[in-house]
Ligand binder design. Sequence first.
Ligand code: 5CA
Length: 186
Amino acid sequence: MSERARRGDAARPRDLPSAGGAPPARAAAPDRVRAALARLGLSCEIREFPASTRTAEEAARAVGCSVAQIVKSLVFIADGRPILVLASGAHRVDVRKVARLAGASRVEKATAAETRAATGFAIGGVPPVGHAVPLPVSVDEALLAYPIVYAAAGTAHAVFAIAPGDLVRATGGTVGDIAETPDSGP
Ligand code: 5CA
Protein backbone atom coordinates (compact mmCIF):
# COMPACT_ATOMS: atom_id res chain seq x y z
CA MET A 1 0.00 0.00 0.00
CA SER A 2 1.34 3.45 -0.83
CA GLU A 3 2.25 5.96 1.86
CA ARG A 4 -0.57 8.20 0.63
CA ALA A 5 -3.17 5.43 0.78
CA ARG A 6 -2.00 4.49 4.27
CA ARG A 7 -2.47 8.09 5.41
CA GLY A 8 -5.96 8.09 3.91
CA ASP A 9 -5.25 11.16 1.81
CA ALA A 10 -7.71 12.27 -0.85
CA ALA A 11 -7.54 10.38 -4.12
CA ARG A 12 -6.87 13.64 -5.98
CA PRO A 13 -4.19 15.37 -3.89
CA ARG A 14 -3.39 17.83 -6.66
CA ASP A 15 -6.76 19.47 -6.05
CA LEU A 16 -5.87 20.26 -2.46
CA PRO A 17 -4.22 23.54 -1.51
CA SER A 18 -0.56 23.03 -0.79
CA ALA A 19 0.90 23.74 2.64
CA GLY A 20 1.36 27.39 3.54
CA GLY A 21 -1.76 28.58 1.74
CA ALA A 22 -0.14 28.60 -1.71
CA PRO A 23 -2.63 28.21 -4.57
CA PRO A 24 -3.41 24.62 -5.52
CA ALA A 25 -1.28 23.19 -8.30
CA ARG A 26 -4.49 22.24 -10.09
CA ALA A 27 -7.72 23.94 -9.05
CA ALA A 28 -10.92 22.02 -8.36
CA ALA A 29 -12.99 21.39 -11.46
CA PRO A 30 -15.74 24.03 -10.94
CA ASP A 31 -13.03 26.61 -10.16
CA ARG A 32 -11.30 25.79 -13.45
CA VAL A 33 -14.60 26.31 -15.28
CA ARG A 34 -15.27 29.58 -13.43
CA ALA A 35 -11.78 30.81 -14.35
CA ALA A 36 -12.25 29.83 -18.01
CA LEU A 37 -15.60 31.67 -18.12
CA ALA A 38 -14.02 34.73 -16.50
CA ARG A 39 -11.22 34.71 -19.09
CA LEU A 40 -13.96 34.74 -21.72
CA GLY A 41 -15.57 37.75 -20.05
CA LEU A 42 -18.49 35.76 -18.66
CA SER A 43 -19.54 35.70 -15.03
CA CYS A 44 -21.92 32.77 -14.88
CA GLU A 45 -23.13 31.51 -11.55
CA ILE A 46 -22.08 27.90 -10.99
CA ARG A 47 -24.78 25.97 -9.17
CA GLU A 48 -23.80 22.87 -7.24
CA PHE A 49 -26.39 20.25 -6.33
CA PRO A 50 -26.38 17.41 -3.81
CA ALA A 51 -28.18 15.32 -6.43
CA SER A 52 -26.37 14.01 -9.50
CA THR A 53 -26.36 16.09 -12.67
CA ARG A 54 -24.34 13.43 -14.52
CA THR A 55 -26.89 12.93 -17.29
CA ALA A 56 -29.01 15.48 -19.12
CA GLU A 57 -32.14 14.03 -17.51
CA GLU A 58 -30.68 14.30 -14.02
CA ALA A 59 -29.40 17.82 -14.68
CA ALA A 60 -32.84 18.92 -15.93
CA ARG A 61 -34.46 17.48 -12.82
CA ALA A 62 -31.99 19.23 -10.52
CA VAL A 63 -32.31 22.60 -12.30
CA GLY A 64 -36.05 22.35 -12.92
CA CYS A 65 -35.82 22.98 -16.65
CA SER A 66 -36.63 20.97 -19.75
CA VAL A 67 -34.10 18.37 -20.85
CA ALA A 68 -33.81 20.23 -24.16
CA GLN A 69 -32.24 23.17 -22.26
CA ILE A 70 -29.38 21.00 -20.98
CA VAL A 71 -26.15 21.27 -22.96
CA LYS A 72 -24.45 17.91 -23.45
CA SER A 73 -20.71 18.51 -24.00
CA LEU A 74 -19.64 15.47 -26.01
CA VAL A 75 -16.22 14.67 -27.42
CA PHE A 76 -15.96 13.00 -30.81
CA ILE A 77 -12.89 12.02 -32.81
CA ALA A 78 -13.00 13.65 -36.24
CA ASP A 79 -10.38 12.37 -38.67
CA GLY A 80 -8.25 11.40 -35.69
CA ARG A 81 -8.59 14.66 -33.76
CA PRO A 82 -10.87 15.45 -30.82
CA ILE A 83 -13.74 17.86 -31.39
CA LEU A 84 -16.50 18.99 -29.04
CA VAL A 85 -20.19 18.79 -29.85
CA LEU A 86 -22.58 20.84 -27.73
CA ALA A 87 -25.89 19.03 -28.14
CA SER A 88 -29.31 19.68 -26.70
CA GLY A 89 -30.17 17.17 -23.99
CA ALA A 90 -33.21 16.25 -26.06
CA HIS A 91 -31.09 15.05 -28.99
CA ARG A 92 -28.95 12.11 -29.93
CA VAL A 93 -26.07 13.19 -32.15
CA ASP A 94 -25.98 12.14 -35.81
CA VAL A 95 -22.27 11.63 -36.53
CA ARG A 96 -22.81 12.10 -40.27
CA LYS A 97 -24.28 15.55 -39.66
CA VAL A 98 -21.39 16.41 -37.33
CA ALA A 99 -18.92 15.29 -40.00
CA ARG A 100 -20.60 17.60 -42.50
CA LEU A 101 -20.66 20.54 -40.08
CA ALA A 102 -17.07 20.00 -38.92
CA GLY A 103 -15.75 19.36 -42.42
CA ALA A 104 -14.48 15.90 -41.47
CA SER A 105 -14.82 12.64 -43.32
CA ARG A 106 -14.87 10.26 -40.36
CA VAL A 107 -16.41 11.05 -36.97
CA GLU A 108 -16.79 8.64 -34.08
CA LYS A 109 -17.63 8.97 -30.41
CA ALA A 110 -14.63 9.38 -28.12
CA THR A 111 -13.98 6.90 -25.34
CA ALA A 112 -14.12 8.00 -21.72
CA ALA A 113 -10.29 8.11 -21.68
CA GLU A 114 -10.12 10.17 -24.88
CA THR A 115 -12.71 12.54 -23.44
CA ARG A 116 -10.69 13.06 -20.29
CA ALA A 117 -7.43 13.49 -22.19
CA ALA A 118 -8.92 16.12 -24.53
CA THR A 119 -10.87 18.09 -21.94
CA GLY A 120 -9.23 17.42 -18.57
CA PHE A 121 -12.66 16.51 -17.15
CA ALA A 122 -14.47 13.24 -16.49
CA ILE A 123 -17.63 12.24 -18.37
CA GLY A 124 -20.69 13.59 -16.61
CA GLY A 125 -18.95 16.87 -15.78
CA VAL A 126 -17.37 17.87 -19.09
CA PRO A 127 -17.93 21.61 -19.51
CA PRO A 128 -18.18 23.49 -22.83
CA VAL A 129 -15.14 25.68 -21.99
CA GLY A 130 -11.85 25.41 -20.10
CA HIS A 131 -10.45 22.33 -21.81
CA ALA A 132 -6.98 20.83 -21.62
CA VAL A 133 -6.49 21.59 -25.32
CA PRO A 134 -8.53 23.97 -27.49
CA LEU A 135 -11.14 21.96 -29.35
CA PRO A 136 -13.12 22.83 -32.51
CA VAL A 137 -16.76 23.13 -31.45
CA SER A 138 -20.06 22.31 -33.15
CA VAL A 139 -23.25 23.63 -31.54
CA ASP A 140 -26.72 22.11 -31.89
CA GLU A 141 -28.93 24.82 -33.37
CA ALA A 142 -31.81 23.62 -31.16
CA LEU A 143 -30.09 25.22 -28.14
CA LEU A 144 -30.66 28.66 -29.66
CA ALA A 145 -34.41 28.28 -29.20
CA TYR A 146 -34.04 28.99 -25.46
CA PRO A 147 -33.14 32.23 -23.65
CA ILE A 148 -30.98 30.26 -21.19
CA VAL A 149 -29.39 26.83 -21.32
CA TYR A 150 -27.48 24.89 -18.64
CA ALA A 151 -24.09 23.24 -19.12
CA ALA A 152 -21.90 21.08 -16.91
CA ALA A 153 -19.43 22.96 -14.73
CA GLY A 154 -16.71 20.38 -14.33
CA THR A 155 -18.33 17.78 -12.08
CA ALA A 156 -21.40 15.57 -12.10
CA HIS A 157 -22.98 17.83 -9.45
CA ALA A 158 -22.49 21.28 -10.97
CA VAL A 159 -23.98 23.29 -13.84
CA PHE A 160 -23.99 26.90 -14.96
CA ALA A 161 -26.58 28.92 -16.83
CA ILE A 162 -25.65 30.74 -20.02
CA ALA A 163 -27.44 32.43 -22.92
CA PRO A 164 -26.91 30.22 -25.98
CA GLY A 165 -25.57 33.19 -27.97
CA ASP A 166 -22.86 33.65 -25.32
CA LEU A 167 -22.11 29.93 -25.49
CA VAL A 168 -21.59 30.16 -29.25
CA ARG A 169 -19.39 33.27 -28.94
CA ALA A 170 -17.37 31.87 -26.02
CA THR A 171 -16.65 28.57 -27.76
CA GLY A 172 -16.29 29.95 -31.28
CA GLY A 173 -18.62 27.11 -32.23
CA THR A 174 -20.21 26.44 -35.59
CA VAL A 175 -24.00 26.25 -35.26
CA GLY A 176 -25.95 23.68 -37.23
CA ASP A 177 -28.26 20.70 -37.29
CA ILE A 178 -26.54 17.75 -35.60
CA ALA A 179 -29.60 15.91 -34.31
CA GLU A 180 -30.41 12.34 -35.12
CA THR A 181 -33.95 12.04 -36.48
CA PRO A 182 -35.94 8.94 -37.38
CA ASP A 183 -34.80 9.54 -40.98
CA SER A 184 -31.14 10.36 -40.23
CA GLY A 185 -30.45 7.68 -37.62
CA PRO A 186 -28.01 4.82 -38.07
N1 5CA B 1 -23.67 16.83 -16.64
C1 5CA B 1 -24.47 16.34 -17.74
C2 5CA B 1 -25.43 17.38 -18.26
S1 5CA B 1 -24.79 18.98 -18.38
C3 5CA B 1 -23.54 15.83 -18.79
O1 5CA B 1 -22.32 15.99 -18.72
N2 5CA B 1 -24.15 15.20 -19.80
S2 5CA B 1 -23.38 14.71 -21.08
O2 5CA B 1 -24.37 14.16 -21.96
O3 5CA B 1 -22.57 15.75 -21.64
O4 5CA B 1 -22.37 13.63 -20.59
C4 5CA B 1 -22.75 12.30 -20.50
C5 5CA B 1 -22.47 11.66 -21.86
O5 5CA B 1 -21.22 11.01 -21.82
C6 5CA B 1 -23.45 10.58 -22.25
O6 5CA B 1 -24.54 11.14 -22.92
C7 5CA B 1 -22.65 9.73 -23.20
O7 5CA B 1 -22.75 10.23 -24.51
C8 5CA B 1 -21.23 9.95 -22.75
N3 5CA B 1 -20.71 8.74 -22.13
C9 5CA B 1 -21.14 8.14 -21.02
N4 5CA B 1 -20.38 7.07 -20.75
C10 5CA B 1 -19.44 6.99 -21.72
C11 5CA B 1 -18.34 6.11 -21.99
N5 5CA B 1 -18.08 5.07 -21.22
N6 5CA B 1 -17.56 6.36 -23.06
C12 5CA B 1 -17.81 7.42 -23.85
N7 5CA B 1 -18.84 8.27 -23.65
C13 5CA B 1 -19.64 8.06 -22.60
